[in-house]
Design a protein around this ligand. Structure first.
Ligand code: PLP
Length: 258
């Protein structure tokens, strides 16, 4: 039987822990057929990003058309989009899809390397977020996109409202950078789902955000509602973080096959 097909539009991580590589591993683990539109290639390892090269907009468009026109997609996930031009290119492409879209508005890596030009933020706000079925910003990305700075769990609601003002149907604000339990808030402006997971004493968390967003897309492709998809994805990423392992001499990846 043909499995659900899920497309990631994102950057390549040569170290295999985040980006396209994390997305495809997650999709395999969750039983869907993963496909990719590569937006940028990074030279990357456990120590950080040593180089990044954006692909031409034509190459992004051609990959997308190849996949969608023949194979078809049941869900899409976007990750690293690098520049304003690529954000606009991807938004133009996704405007024509009926599939649910998970937007991970990737800004800066855990090592502090920029994965999105500052000049692209406005296009993310005005072109990409309105197309999202679910947007999955972390607290740094919320601050970059909305100016709202969250320092406590109580402020997650204000952050969510500020993101929803840009038009996604749902937002999952990831509070994992706060102290204590990893608490996220999923809301569409009326329903609220608080997701809580224990914090593990494990620094090997490279690829967490990519993995979560891809897991949500995989579950949506299988027919889950947004709250069901997010709850299952949160369980999957919590397991992957608990099993994160050392690799190289820096920060290792989460374990997709835990
Ligand atoms: N590299 C690429 C290509 C990514 O898409 C991402 C995150 O989305 C990262 C690196 C950053 O991963 P992390 O912040 O989990 O280290």
């Amino acid at each position: 039987m043909t499995p659900p097909r899920v497309l990631t539009v994102a950057g390549s991580d040569s170290g295999g822990g985040a980006g396209i590589q994390a997305d495809l591993k997650t999709m395999l683990a969750l039983g869907v057929h993963g496909m990719s539109v590569i937006t940028a290639v990074t030279a990357q390892n456990s120590l950080g990003v040593q180089g990044a090269w954006e692909l031409p907009a034509d190459a992004v468009r051609a990959q997308y058309r190849s996949v969608v026109d023949d194979i078809g997609v049941q869900a899409v996930k976007t990750g690293m989009l690098a520049s304003a031009e690529l954000v606009r290119t991807v938004a133009d492409l996704l405007a024509g899809t009926a599939a649910p879209v998970v937007v991970d508005p990737v800004g800066v890596s855990k090592h502090g390397d920029s994965l999105l030009a500052a000049s692209a933020l406005e296009s993310v706000r005005t072109r990409l977020l309105p197309l999202a079925t679910v947007a999955t910003p972390n607290l740094d990305e919320v601050a970059q996109l909305t100016g709202v700075r969250v320092e406590s769990e109580e402020q997650l609601r204000e952050a969510a409202e500020a993101v929803l003002a840009h038009g996604p149907a749902w937002v999952l604000v990831k509070g994992g950078h706060l102290c204590g339990d990893a608490v996220d808030l999923l809301t569409d402006g009326s329903a609220e789902h608080w997701l809580r997971a224990p914090r593990f004493d494990n620094r090997h968390t490279h690829g967490t955000g990519c993995t979560l967003a891809s897991a949500i897309a995989a579950r949506l492709a299988k027919g889950d509602t947004v709250p069901e998809a997010v709850a299952t994805a949160k369980d999957y990423v919590t397991g992957a973080i608990s099993a994160g392992f050392a690799l190289g001499s820096g920060i290792g990846p989460v374990d997709h096959g835990w």
